[in-house]
Design a protein around this ligand. Sequence first.
Ligand SMILES: CSCCC(=O)C(=O)COP(=O)(O)O
Ligand SMILES: [Mg+2]
Length: 227
Amino acid sequence: MVVLSVPAEVTVILLDIEGTTTPIAFVKAEEDSHLDGAVPIPAASGNGADDLPQMIQAVVDNVCWQMSLDRKTTALKQLQGHMWRAAFTAGRMKAEFFDDVVPAVRKWREAGMKVYIYSSGSVEAQKLLFGHSTEGDLLELVDGHFDTKIGHKVESESYRKIANSIGCSTNNILFLTDVTLEASAAEEADVHVAVVVRPGNAGLTDDEKTYYSLITSFSELYLPSSS
Ligand SMILES: CSCCC(=O)C(=O)COP(=O)(O)O
Ligand SMILES: [Mg+2]
């Protein structure tokens, strides 16, 4: 098995969700007007209830368009959170995690690591996902959650803010993600990164494969402190 040694200065593991802890297939279900093919929600005409059917249809069309592009807008992710709340709390849905995730996270925590989540999904949706998994309530395995309210995942400033909020230096953090743009932003902030390669994830270029440390399972991470 390939092993990636975690630098000794790392005390925090920051996890992406989609494509990292959880299959993309489980999850897929600002201002966009500048985008090609945007489906806008028009302003109401002021005719009150007369507008309602058209407004509802416009919102549905806009949401379908955003979903078709896998947009990570805060508004769409809040809507996802509301829908997940209904489905998870009624017991109609259980979240999936890759098999290696829960055992590895338990091991990291036993070794004294803190584990945080940073996802485009809203904190509410993250808590629903961890709280209603096929392996039970996993919320106790997580020290805290961040979403795009702290900043976008492709902006390095977001990672500085996360370190500040946790109360550590950026180089105390190891960020695991499937998206190289996120890895690059984190690295620019002096965060350690590893790119997670999972079934169903987008492919990486040869340059990306050469440049980044890659793991296909959390079990490939070796913590010197846990040996
Ligand atoms: C709270 S889980 C939902 C994840 C999600 O909606 C999403 O767009 C994936 O984002 P991530 O940053 O976890 O890759
Ligand atoms: Mg992801």
